[in-house]
Write a protein that binds this ligand. Structure first.
Ligand SMILES: C[C@H](C[C@H]1O[C@@H](n2cnc3c(N)ncnc32)[C@H](O)[C@@H]1O)NC(=O)c1cc(-c2ccc(F)cc2)cc(O)c1O
Ligand SMILES: [Mg+2]
Length: 214
């Protein structure tokens, strides 16, 4: 039977990237997606904005919602200080299996805890099951209609503290209108839009960076 797109992406990494070299894994995925087969990674253009936010926050605790093949997971993990706790959630077991191999190829498996399951089920368990108090940075990149309910869930579970940063992908394409409406009008957040493009295309998209004010 025909391979899946995540499998073909993994093969491109294993063929073109150097084991233990996160930069080469990132480049191999970007080359594959730009020249061979589009895939829904945050990509190189939005990835640079992600890098700058991660470097600026220099987080001790990070949560990623929607691992997919692990592209943004590798981008984030390679910039984290030693001892940082990085949890990434992926709903689809077949995709999670690919992401584990991409992360391993980058040599970053010791910095990342990939948990299979739905964010709505796992977020309430963060404290008891994963020993997390609050998150310094959350990267939202999962089902676009889950951004808002999961943000409210994180607030309710006390996972955000004053200064916690939410960075949301795809706020224009595919779009997260209810999330944008909430986060831009809530007195509990200060938001900033970083205009960019949908990965590997000329279509407008962007990242929304929001600071939780407590
Ligand atoms: C949602 C996906 C990313 C992954 O998220 C996991 N997931 C889901 N819901 C949950 C949960 N509740 N908990 C944990 N994991 C979860 C899933 O299984 C996917 O692997 N991302 C996208 O759909 C996505 C789509 C586009 C896109 C843009 C223009 C087009 F014409 C077509 C597609 C661009 C992007 O940049 C994306 O990010
Ligand atoms: Mg995305």
């Amino acid at each position: 039977t025909r391979s899946t797109r995540p499998q073909r992406l993994l093969h491109a990494v294993q063929k073109n990237a150097t084991r233990g070299d996160p930069r080469s894994v990132i480049n191999a995925i970007d080359q594959f997606c730009r020249h061979k087969e589009w895939a829904m990674n945050v990509g190189d253009e939005k990835g640079c904005i992600l890098d700058s936010v991660v470097s600026e926050v220099n987080p001790s605790t990070v949560l990623e919602l929607g691992t997919y093949c692990g592209y943004s997971t590798v981008r984030i993990a390679r910039l984290l200080p030693p001892g940082a706790k990085f949890i990434t959630l992926e709903f689809n077991p077949k995709v999670a299996k690919i992401a584990r191999q991409v992360i391993a190829w980058a040599g970053l498996e010791d910095k990342i805890q990939l948990v299979e399951g739905a964010s709505g089920d796992l977020i309430p368990k963060m404290k008891e099951q994963f020993g997390v108090e609050t998150f310094d940075l959350v990267f939202l990149d999962h089902w676009k209609d889950r951004y808002l309910p999961d943000t409210k869930l994180m607030e309710e579970c006390g996972l955000l503290k004053k200064g916690s940063i939410l960075l949301a992908d795809n706020v224009i394409c595919p779009g997260t209108p209810d999330y944008l409406e909430y986060i831009r009008n809530s007195p509990r957040y200060k938001s900033q839009y970083f205009k960019s493009h949908l990965e590997y295309t000329k279509v407008e998209d962007g990242l929304e960076k929001s600071v939780f004010l407590g």
